[in-house]
Design a binder for this molecule. Sequence first.
Ligand SMILES: NC(=O)c1ccc[n+]([C@@H]2O[C@H](COP(=O)([O-])OP(=O)(O)OC[C@H]3O[C@@H](n4cnc5c(N)ncnc54)[C@H](OP(=O)(O)O)[C@@H]3O)[C@@H](O)[C@H]2O)c1
Length: 243
Amino acid sequence: MEHENARAESVKYHKRTGLPLVTLKTAMTLDGKIATSTGDSKWVTNESSREDVHYMRHWHDAIMVGIGTVLKDRPKLTTRLPHGEGKNPIRIVADSLLRIPLDTPLVTTATETPTWVFCSDQADKEKELQLLKYDVKVVRTGSDEHVDLKSAMKYLGEKGVTSVLLEGGGQLNWSMIEASLVQKVVTFIAPKLLGGEESITPISGEGFDRMTDAVQLKNISVQKFGEDVCITGYVQDIQISDK
Ligand SMILES: NC(=O)c1ccc[n+]([C@@H]2O[C@H](COP(=O)([O-])OP(=O)(O)OC[C@H]3O[C@@H](n4cnc5c(N)ncnc54)[C@H](OP(=O)(O)O)[C@@H]3O)[C@@H](O)[C@H]2O)c1
């Protein structure tokens, strides 16, 4: 029911703004790490938390990661529910120069589950044609450097995508926050301590210099999944108004 309510919330938000509602989902240890310095992240949270994430995927129109995560983890980003198949969201990758390998699961399975890659105007045209042969949709966002994330969200909104589940990694998460494109944050916290200056954190990038600049979340709710805790908060008062 809770996920169905979130779905209704994003449909309403899309109707009002023309943009998808973006939810940043992270899973971290109590000391704020999502993976070890070697990149080992299986698993941070327990089975019950991970099952809930698959329900989140089921109810979202799209799921988004950066090319760093694709190169490192070769994810499938599909929905795996305990009692059979769920609905797979459209898989979105921010990949300025189309570095995505042709043999990665997001490409090889694009015929069954859509994969859309957003890139910059500098991306190789030949690689674009190769990806098209695998049914991967390539969208140029008009920028010369990184993917223009505002244009990407506008494009998704125009295509009727009402909700995006942002699953990282840290660089993309930061850029989406910096561009004020995240409306909701869902953080699963496992009661584990990992330590390590080189361990990976959920949001990287430059970060803000002053505590007063930190993004303040509102309307906080807390849930427990076994011994894990999940905190949900909103960046803006998005769910209130029908204007
Ligand atoms: N445990 C978890 O929950 C979890 C979840 C996700 C990831 N991870 C881990 O996170 C690590 C990868 O993190 P990451 O930060 O390197 O990768 P990332 O955020 O997935 O990807 C970063 C890349 O995205 C591309 N990009 C395109 N447009 C961008 C923009 N506007 N802003 C920022 N980036 C943009 C950039 O490459 P180009 O310039 O080439 O486009 C950038 O290097 C992996 O170790 C992975 O296992 C863990």
